[in-house]
Ligand binder design. Sequence first.
Ligand code: ADP
Ligand code: MG
Length: 257
Amino acid sequence: MPRIIAIANQKGGVGKTTTTVNLAAGLARARQRVLLIDLDPQGNATTGSGIDKRAATPATLEVLTGEATLADARRTVPAGFDVLPANADLTAAKVLLLQIERREFRLRDALGPIRDEYHYVLIDCPPALDMLTVNALTAAGSVLIPMQCEYYALEGLSDLLDTINDIASSANPGLHVEGVLRSMFDPRSRLSRDVSEQLQSHFGERLYRTVIPRNVRLAEAPSHGLPVLDYDRSCVGSTAFLTLAGEMLRRHHLKAS
Ligand code: ADP
Ligand code: MG
């Protein structure tokens, strides 16, 4: 059974896409079979994985509407994982899905035939609690929440946790918080450390120990269509994502045994 993880936070710019792409690459390095699903019309995870999003059809939209299968729409990238790409066309999904049956189950249904080919399915969510994110949360087993350790970080978090609870009590009973990940962390900032402590007391074990530091290499890599591991293997961003992949594997291994 694959671990299907939605990377979600309705705030934009908190590190969802950076986490999805680089965690996918880190897990692939650890010999895991990984599928990355781009569920954001901005298509940043698609571009960041090295796929030209303008030429990417069929893509997530066609899979959600049933015009294409996931097996037909996915492609393998050089970093060693598969990607279901997305582009601006996906904006139409919000309206199209309203007219379709089982609208919140479209992604889960599409994953059915191929999910067992993977160890991990990572879903990069858009910055909204919309029908696309609902599809991700209905298909997922758990949610990884990247958080920037800044003053407003915790604001809005309760809306996300409420949405997770709603879906867990209706469409997807097993859904739980996989973990909270500190992204763009600056250890010299007092505020970063304060917010980090708050997260620690609020989430306890669910706070991932691995911290993703602010690192310019992580911001540069997407413009080359590469995960950071293939762009600069020795930078602190690469080390952080290898460590994160290791922590995730260890946690899942401990849970499974
Ligand atoms: P989201 O998907 O939540 O909107 P992104 O992952 O796209 O967030 O990150 C927002 C911006 O910040 C991007 O330009 C990205 O390259 C940059 N960024 C993300 N994480 C880091 C980091 N740890 N260090 C430096 N820049 C980062
Ligand atoms: Mg994003």
